[in-house]
Design a protein around this ligand. Structure first.
Ligand code: ZN
Ligand code: ZN
Length: 377
């Protein structure tokens, strides 16, 4: 069976960038994912192909080997380079891990050539619900690394470019014939880096990076939700030896609010209503998430659990001028700490009625009475 060309599988050009590869991979992996195509054998095969192609092409070292030797580069056991093939097709975790896993563990998996992109960095930020509503501009300080200013990131003294490794000619891997097999392994001279530095920069020890805390301006847009990630491109760890830096991802957590509960675009607020307002009707003033107040008219006979909607008083929507709604949940409060006079008035109130002012109770106790009567029949 002849295997399809990996670039063709992903539908990208031979010179596609890492970003292009990733984009193409994500799109196809989503499209052919088994969860989306249950029982579809063709989709399953495509999904496997796509994963296999990306597993190779995302890794500079494997990609270089593939460009040079084609599929033969990974046949006959293939050495460490082909590890993990055939394990795909499992749950969604594969894709999830691919997209989000990389900044969890610092350095990227795979990698290996001299110019390694910097790791993505995660920063956790807690904000209040008001800040999620209004947006926020803030500065954060993140520990990280920057390109070494002494060697300009090359890692070599005086900023000289690292030399191509003479043993592996820059591939980072060497192949050796052992009987019938060709074994491929990391180059012993450059440890898989493909480049060697004869005289390392004294300030960074050859890594091309220096530790440095950075201060960054961050703008949190209005309407963000719990778990929203904000990406600051290029603000992650500096790349190895002049390679591009990783990205910084800010993960937002919204603290619980003492008055409001958020449900997507809407805001809910439990409001206690006095017994007299609930019975007689009236107007109450409630706080709103924008810091203002709103007047709510409470109709006569309001019960606990009744809801009142304030249109357009909810959360802001991300990248939108409109707002969600606010819901007032009435809770009628039974009065406590009564004075003697209040007690008298309430007894008087109870005796004064000549019609049913508690229909719920009446109907309930009527049902109870019927229930007992049925039992004694
Ligand atoms: Zn340096
Ligand atoms: Zn080498």
């Amino acid at each position: 069976m002849s295997k399809r060309d990996y670039y063709e599988v992903l539908g990208v050009a031979k010179n596609a960038s890492a970003d292009d590869l990733k984009k193409a991979y994500r799109k196809l992996a989503m499209q052919f994912h088994p969860d989306r195509n249950p029982g579809d054998k063709d989709a399953e095969v495509r999904f496997r192909e796509v994963n296999e192609a990306y597993e190779v092409l995302k890794d500079d070292q494997k990609r270089a080997a593939y460009d040079r030797f084609g599929h033969a580069a990974f046949e006959q056991g293939g050495g460490a380079g082909a590890r993990g093939f055939g394990d795909f097709g499992g749950g969604f975790a594969d894709i999830f891990d691919e997209m989000f896993g990389e900044f969890m563990g610092g350095a990227r998996r795979g990698g290996g050539t001299g110019a390694q992109r910097g790791a993505d960095v995660r920063y956790n930020m807690d904000i209040t619900l008001e800040e999620a509503f209004a947006g926020k501009k803030t500065t954060i300080r993140v520990p990280g690394s920057v390109t070494c200013s002494t060697c300009k990131g090359s890692g070599a003294r005086g900023g000289a470019a690292p030399e191509t490794c003479p043993t592996c000619k820059g591939h980072g891997r060497v192949r050796a014939q052992q009987g019938f097999f060709t074994i491929e392994r990391a180059c012993p001279t450059c440890h898989g880096q493909g480049k060697v530095i004869r005289d390392p920069c004294p300030d960074c020890g050859g890594s091309g990076r220096q530790r440095k805390e950075k201060t960054l301006e961050v703008s949190i847009p209005a309407g963000v939700e719990e778990g929203t990630r904000i990406r600051l491109a290029g603000e992650g760890e500096a790349g190895m030896r002049g390679a591009p830096p990783g990205d910084l991802y800010i993960f937002l957590t919204i603290a619980p609010h003492r008055l409001f509960q958020r449900d997507g675009a809407n805001v809910h607020c439990k409001v206690p209503i006095t017994m007299t307002t609930a019975a007689l009707g009236g107007s109450i003033e409630v706080p709103t998430i924008d810091g203002g107040r709103a007047s709510v008219s409470i109709p006569k006979g309001t019960q606990s659990g009744d809801q009142f909607r304030l249109r357009g008083k909810g959360m802001t929507l991300l990248r939108s001028a409109s707002r969600g709604d606010m819901f007032i949940h009435a809770t009628v409060e039974t009065p406590v700490n009564l004075t003697r006079r209040q007690e008298e008035l309430l007894r008087e109130f109870e005796e004064a009625g000549d019609r049913d002012s508690s229909p719920e109770s009446s109907s309930f106790f009527k049902k109870v009475k019927e229930f007992w009567e049925d039992l004694t029949d």
